[in-house]
Write a protein that binds this ligand. Structure first.
Ligand code: PLP
Length: 369
């Protein structure tokens, strides 16, 4: 099997499976219990928080959630509620993941003004980060911008966004959906007051995510209950999944050079085929979106699947629905219909790329009209 759909989800590392199962067996206590088993569970959580903070190179609070969708919903609804008097304008982008975009729509319905900044087109030298900063005014309560786009890999310079927003309005809270960049790009390029993370994109398990909150950053919690995690996220902590998350963070190797080499190889081999459009630009090298013109994505996807090569058409989260995100990046509709997204992992080999391109070449012969 050649799995090239790592932006949708990843195979858990063996060390993660081991950490999760060992914790299920040995550390099944409730972290709120006062006895030794509870203390054992609490220590696992404390260690995991330290691991994630170290990986982020930040200090502050880590709140465990069920995934990035919950982390971002917590922020998008909780920040405006906690900062009612700071204004009703929210600045974001036109290419956010639905876990941010759909809460934004709800906020609009509730009367908030949402400004969605468009990305620069491939050949435009527009200063995208500056346009985000320019959209911030005295009544901007929150900025929510993703670090790496899940469909094209487009990278936003979050350090610039953060510095510029704070210069313009120090009260504006900056949130970042960092799901696709975390452990793939250097954390020193990431700066935000609140950061959404997900374990299953970095070879942890599904069902566990985190919200990083900088010191003193306030939001109203989404859930009320037993008051766990300093009342910020009630519910008994899933210690085993948390242990697996921390293990994934520790085990994810630095693949910067590997991903750049794989991406170069893929682009160069694709260029030998006719009528291929590369849709990604200014992208994280582990994600490449391209169009095989004349063959619809779904047809190509299933043709590759017959060879046990797994890729995605657009975003896995938008299954069944056409995503408007490629169009935001200037991809014409007819190319979007033929778009394939390939995403690498530390397991990806050059031979996988070669097999993929052979599969695409055969698919073109079979299906292109
Ligand atoms: N944000 C981005 C950019 C994603 O790619 C995804 C998952 O596809 C999510 C958020 C949602 O993460 P989770 O599955 O942990 O809720």
């Amino acid at each position: 099997m050649i799995y090239l759909d790592n932006s949708a989800t990843t195979r858990p590392f063996d060390s993660v499976i081991k950490a999760v199962s060992e914790n299920m067996a040995d550390n099944f206590g409730n972290a709120s219990s006062l006895h030794g088993l509870g203390v054992g569970a609490e220590n696992v959580i404390k260690d995991a928080k330290k691991t994630i903070l170290t990986a982020l190179g930040a200090d502050g609070e880590i709140i465990f959630t069920s995934g990035a969708t919950e982390s971002s919903n917590t922020v998008l609804f909780g920040v405006p509620k906690a900062h009612k008097h700071d204004g009703n304008r929210i600045v974001s982008t036109s290419f956010e993941h639905p876990s941010v975009e759909n809460p934004l729509k709800k906020l609009e319905e509730a009367g908030y003004e949402v400004v969605r900044v468009k990305p620069p087109k491939r050949d435009e030298s527009q200063d995208f980060e500056q346009r985000i900063i320019d959209a911030v005014d005295g009544s901007t309560v929150m900025v929510s911008v993703m670090w790496v786009n899940n469909e094209t890999g487009f990278i936003t310079d979050m350090s610039r966004v953060y510095a510029g927003v704070k210069r313009k309005n120090p009260k504006t809270v900056v949130h970042c959906d960092a799901v696709q960049g975390f452990r793939k790009l250097p954390s020193k390029q990431l700066k935000a007051d609140l950061i959404s993370l997900s374990a299953h994109k970095i070879h942890g398990t599904k069902g566990i995510g985190a919200l990083y909150a900088g010191r003193g950053i306030r939001f109203i919690p989404l859930l009320y209950g037993g008051g766990q995690q300093k009342d910020l996220r009630s519910g008994t902590e899933p210690v085993d999944l948390i242990a697996g998350f921390a293990e994934a963070v520790r085990s994810y190797p630095d693949c910067g050079e590997k991903y750049a080499a794989l991406s170069d190889r893929l682009i160069s081999k694709l260029s030998e085929l006719e009528n291929i459009g590369i849709n990604s630009y200014h992208n994280s090298k582990n994600i490449l979106n391209f169009s095989v013109r004349g063959v619809r994505s779904e047809i190509m996807l299933h043709h590759l699947e017959e060879r046990e090569i797994y890729v995605s058409s657009g975003s896995a989260c938008s299954k069944g629905k056409t995503s408007g995100v490629p169009a935001e990046f200037g991809v014409p509709d007819r190319d979007a219909d033929c778009a394939i997204r390939v995403s690498f992992s530390p397991f990806t080999e050059e031979s996988d790329i070669d097999a993929l391109v052979r599969g695409i070449s055969d698919g073109i012969k079979r299906f292109r009209r």
